[in-house]
Write a protein of this length. Structure first.
Length: 275
């Protein structure tokens, strides 16, 4: 297995960036398929530790020469979070059929590809220290991929009945990670203002409060875990959008009303479709 990884890394070093993204996404897909079908003799914790190291190494290779040691940590936030989401999801939904598992693994692989594209644009901007045409698109897609990562992660967490950490702590940690990632993505946006430390902490606490309140609203409802995850991830997306709009001084009543309606619709679906 180690020899195979070395061969893949050598291949990635000698290919163009787009092909590198495809290769790493394919590697992620294969890893999940082997793990979810129990071909790899690893438990979920061992697999997570192994692949975090692989992600760190391949991220350096994937984004070379735009990535530096100081940007390695933020560039691995979403890949590692996606890895955790996939491991938590499959550990709680291990009884899914093989074809459905393959389909979900393919979805995770494609999501990894999208994350790689977004991170690559941001890393190029950080290296040049100026915005490029694709930067605007990356700002929008960064919010989308965070929501798509949150849904399977939260679905797995809500499905777990033996979790030893309170849901509130998990949600606060996840929300804070997403806010830090979004702050990194926005760091070279010319329309965004600079935040003071106290201001940033207050914004993060406010958004975490939104998420925690939403969690208390859904956690006691006997609904499907996926629908709970959809409601909470939508609230998280609202929080990330609120954070972005605050930095850009573009908070409007229209946006707030739109998200209020969307959250209300998903919450209504959760109430209707319950066991």
């Amino acid at each position: 297995m180690i020899e195979s990884l070395n061969n893949i890394l050598k291949l990635m070093l000698n290919t163009g960036k787009k092909l590198k993204f495809v290769l790493q996404s394919a590697l992620f897909f294969i890893f999940l398929v082997l793990l979810s079908t129990r071909v790899l003799p690893l438990n979920w914790v061992q697999a997570g530790i192994l692949f975090v190291g692989v992600i760190a190494i391949t991220t350096l290779v994937l984004h070379f020469p735009n990535i530096k040691i100081k940007t390695l940590a933020p560039a691995t936030i979403m890949p590692v979070t996606l890895l955790v989401a996939s491991l938590v999801f499959f550990s709680q939904y291990s009884d899914l059929g093989p074809f459905f598992k393959m389909f979900i693994c393919a979805g995770f692989g494609f999501l990894y590809y999208l994350i790689s594209l977004v991170d690559n644009v941001v890393l190029v901007v950080h290296e040049k220290e100026e915005a490029i045409p694709l930067y605007r698109a990356a700002l929008s897609w960064s919010q989308v991929v965070q929501m798509l990562v949150a849904i399977p992660l939260l679905a797995g967490i809500y499905q777990a009945d033996n979790i030893k950490v309170p849901y509130t702590i998990v949600l606060i940690l996840l929300t804070t990670i997403f806010i830090c990632y979004q702050f990194w993505v926005l760091s070279f946006d010319t329309d965004s203002k600079k935040l003071r430390v106290g201001e940033a902490v207050f914004l993060n606490l406010l958004i975490c409060f939104f998420v925690v309140v939403a969690n208390f609203c859904v956690v006691f409802i006997p609904g499907e875990e996926f629908l709970r995850a959809l409601v909470i991830s939508t609230v998280m997306l609202f929080g990330i959008n609120y954070f972005t709009a605050y930095l850009k001084n573009s908070i409007t009543k229209r946006v707030l009303i739109q998200y209020a309606i969307i959250i209300a619709v998903f919450f209504s679906i959760l109430l209707v479709f319950n066991p």
